[in-house]
Design a protein around this ligand. Structure first.
Ligand SMILES: [Zn+2]
Length: 208
């Protein structure tokens, strides 16, 4: 349970140990996630739950609309219902490859100023709202849509499993707060390489 070391324990370790020992504790993918999680509070369960190199749920909540259902054949992801402001986490380690505001057929890089995605959208508006994409080893890409404000990660930033990347909102083509979560079996992510997130995550040992 090396990755279950709490913040206090980690600080003691840093004080007492050589740099070599510290890097062996935090060198793994899961260990890195633990370090990131301490920034949001040492009581976060992420440290204890994320195995090294593991996968986690992007948000805890009930599954809503599914992947390419009969009624929504163009729905390329799964909706997970969660309260506005709920933390959204990277499902696994990787690198952020896109952070964008996407509404009504237009798409913008963050400018640092107010953007159309800063307010709620509505069904029929179109677009992912504020969203981020992460490229994982093996060229799996995950996409997280309708965030309440600009994602808290930036392009080219490495992330670890369970690391907070943003917060649930209702920007873009959305009827209410939820996470629209996509998985793509290739890079870059396209409509053509979208796969069912529930099936992919199940193979990784995670049940949405
Ligand atoms: Zn959706």
């Amino acid at each position: 349970m090396g990755i279950a070391v709490g913040l206090a324990g980690a600080l003691l370790l840093v004080t007492a140990a050589t740099a070599g020992v510290v890097s062996s504790v935090f060198g793994g993918g899961g260990g890195g996630g633990c370090v990131g999680a301490t920034g949001t509070g040492a009581t976060s369960p992420v440290c204890a739950e994320v195995p090294v190199g593991g996968w986690v749920r992007p948000v805890v909540g009930e599954a809503g609309s599914g992947f390419r259902t009969g009624g929504r054949p163009g729905h390329d992801g799964v909706d997970i219902m969660a309260a506005r402001g709920t933390v959204v986490r990277a499902v696994s380690g990787g690198v952020v490859v896109r952070v964008r505001c996407n509404v009504g057929g237009d798409s913008w890089e963050p400018t640092g100023g107010p953007m159309p995605c800063d307010s709620d959208g509505y069904p029929g508006l179109g677009g992912c709202g504020w969203y981020a994409e992460i490229r994982h080893p093996g060229d799996v890409v995950t996409r997280y849509c309708h965030l309440i404000r600009q994602p808290i990660v930036t392009v080219s930033e490495p992330v670890t499993a369970g690391q907070p990347i943003g917060h649930v909102g209702s920007s873009g083509n959305s009827s209410g707060p939820h996470l629209h979560y996509e998985v793509h079996g290739g890079y870059p992510a396209t409509e053509e390489n979208a796969v069912d997130p529930i099936l992919l995550m199940r193979r990784k040992g995670v049940y949405l």
